[in-house]
Ligand binder design. Structure first.
Ligand code: GDP
Ligand code: IMO
Ligand code: MG
Length: 429
């Protein structure tokens, strides 16, 4: 099975975009399967920096890219992102990009509701990207969504819009907002439909054909396992399943199509938004990691919270996603630290845990149990072979492998596409 499924194994921003871009040279199709334009995937190719939120990272190399049914799609954002990439020299046409007919749409009132709820939540806010992701998924599950295929049948939407407006107008009234303007909504949908429809295809069929022809499919996850709606630090999570299993349900390929599951793991830990983070360092260490790693959100520009590597969380992610191997990224950010710490367990009250308990209160109280390992003074930045890594950096990698119970497949040593060490080719497995 020559497919590869890439997922984030922490709280997102592990460097998935860079690794997907690097791997997409060997792929025939790249597929997004969940999330929406809450993602921010950065690709650095020479002097050029590409920031993708909704489009699969494979598009930058021109590889056939598909947006699966598990994604929630803001059609106006889609048009803007296509235009932005075009201005950077990336041509996006129906020949190299397909959108699943069954993707639910993110509409302007989803974005409104996301923001209104966040503003009203005070200290309890999630810290969402305010892009309407949660409200759009709620409407999907509530069977009220307008989907991409509806854009070809706008004259047949009355009942669906009745359902949607009945639901949203009640919520909006609670926030003192005006009801949805139906005429404006129809005008907006009519205007955008012409741009979207040429890209719309039965993506499940495209992927199944690719599979039967022995083509290589690369699945690109967004967010990370600790943001998964079921397995993450609920309620401080996103509204989709981010685990590898979603590659199947979010595209229509079937579970035996996932292939090699590649977990992307940052060599330390970051989180953007609210919620528990046991190894967070609100001190010089966190500051240094943030500065060296340029830890600012791609989508919102927010400063990311930083901390030590948490082997307990990554081990849990490896288990729930069935990770075959990991790509360890941003190793270079640790250059020059005299001592590194790795979390190997938690204390909550007088109890010890080798996993993160499910309840938010326990998660908030979890005190990390650390082991220390000497750092290295040499630079790993830009290393492209194992032989260029200092012995102590190799020790750090080996210890991580032991603690998480999973081998390292790739190591990334800078934002640049080719500053990547291949330990084992995931497509060859
Ligand atoms: P994603 O959401 O998982 O795709 O990750 P982001 O793109 O949001 O954040 C990762 C950031 O780290 C981006 O700015 C990348 O250019 C950068 N990056 C990726 N790999 C490395 C690496 O190995 N070293 C350094 N220093 N930066 C990296
Ligand atoms: P990539 O793909 C990091 C976080 C938000 C917030 C929570 C819910 O770049 O790794 P949402 O808007 O999804 O309802 O926000 O999830 N979040 C991310 N954090 N990387 C991401 O994507 C994220 N997408 C959402 O900060 O805490
Ligand atoms: Mg990101």
């Amino acid at each position: 099975m020559a497919n590869v499924t890439v997922i984030g194994a922490q709280w997102g921003d592990e460097g998935k975009g860079k690794i997907v871009d690097w791997l997409s040279e060997r792929a025939d199709v790249v597929a997004r399967f969940q999330g929406g334009h809450n993602a921010g995937h950065t690709l650095v190719v020479g002097e050029k920096v590409y920031k993708l939120s909704l489009l699969p990272s494979g598009i930058v190399r021109g590889t056939l890219s598909v947006i699966g049914n598990g994604v929630v799609l803001d059609p106006w954002h889609f048009r803007d992102e296509v235009a932005k990439l075009k201005s950077q020299g990336v041509e996006i046409t129906p020949a190299n990009l397909q959108i699943a007919e069954t993707c639910p749409l993110i509409l302007p009132f989803h974005r409104d509701l996301d923001g209104l709820r966040e503003d009203a939540s005070g200290a309890g806010k999630i810290g969402t990207t305010r892009r309407g992701i949660g409200p759009a998924y709620e409407d999907k599950v509530g069977r009220r969504a307008i989907r991409v295929c509806d854009l070809a049948h706008l004259d047949d939407l009355d009942l669906q819009i009745d359902r949607l407006t009945a639901h949203h107008d009640a919520l909006r009234a609670g926030f003192g907002e005006a009801p949805i303007d139906r005429a404006q909504l129809m005008a907006d949908l009519t205007e955008i439909a012409a741009f979207i429809l040429p890209f719309v295809k039965p993506v499940w069929l495209t992927l199944n054909k690719a599979k039967s022809e022995g083509k290589r499919i690369l699945f690109e996850g967004a967010q990370g396992t600790l943001l998964d709606i079921d397995h993450g630090t609920y309620p401080f999570v996103t509204s989709s399943n981010t685990v590898a299993g979603t590659a199947a349900s979010g595209t229509g390929l079937g579970p035996n199509g996932a292939g090699f599951v590649l977990g992307i793991v940052k060599a330390y830990t970051t989180r953007v938004g609210s919620g528990p983070f046991p190894t967070e360092q609100e001190n010089d260490v966190g500051q240094r990691l943030g500065e060296r790693g340029h830890e600012f959100g791609t989508v919102t520009g927010r400063k990311r919270r930083c901390g030590w590597f948490d082997a307990v969380l990554v081990r849990q992610s490896v288990a729930v996603s069935g990770v075959t191997g990991i790509a360890l990224t941003k190793l270079d950010v640790l250059d020059g630290f005299e001592e590194l710490k790795i979390c190997v367990g938690y204390k909550i009250g007088d109890q010890s845990f080798d996993y993160l308990p499910a309840h938010a209160q326990d998660q908030a109280k979890a005190e990390p149990i650390y082991e220390s390992i000497a750092g290295w003074s040499e630079t790993t930045a830009g290393a492209r072979s194992w032989a260029e890594l200092p012995a102590q950096a190799i020790k750090y990698i080996r210890r991580i492998e032991e603690l998480i119970g999973c081998p390292v497949t790739l190591v990334s040593t800078s934002p640049e596409r080719d500053d990547t060490i291949l330990v084992r080719d995931p497509f060859a497995d």
